[in-house]
Design a protein around this ligand. Sequence first.
Ligand code: INI
Length: 156
Amino acid sequence: MNQIKTIEGHFNAADLKFAILAARFNDLIVERLISGAVDYLIRHGASEENLTIVRVPGAFEMPVVCKKLAASGNYDGIVALGAVIRGGTPHFDFVANEATKGLAHVSLESGVPVGFGLLTTDNIEQAIERAGTKAGNKGVEAAAALLETVRVLKLL
Ligand code: INI
């Protein structure tokens, strides 16, 4: 095993530029995700002037704005934060699927990593649990995964 070359990202956000793309829909939840992501990045060495928060109406609008952010060349990575909560109609599935597919597509096509912090839950309780209460904070997880991915990409 000692002979195997291993490449892995470290968790130092110093001198990296991040966009935090956040949906206004379900903003009670999404604000907690933003706080978690910002807190994580700052505690890992990012500076406030290298963080930009960009707000969009809902999860459905995230991919097109993410595409422009990626194409700008201004960011090492983008954290996408939102909350899609199931209602009584198929609307949830369309919004959640399109946002998820769109964000993955932008990341692959642009080569700019996107941290996926879009909650998709059956009810508001599950969303609250994942926004800084008993099931952690998905904004923190997305920022951590993004930071590691940015760093590993820079080593390849
Ligand atoms: N947008 C969300 O971010 N979360 C939701 O739960 C949601 N629901 O359930 O409707 C939602 N809808 C709005 C959508 O993202 C668009 O903003 C809207 O359809 C206008 O294009």
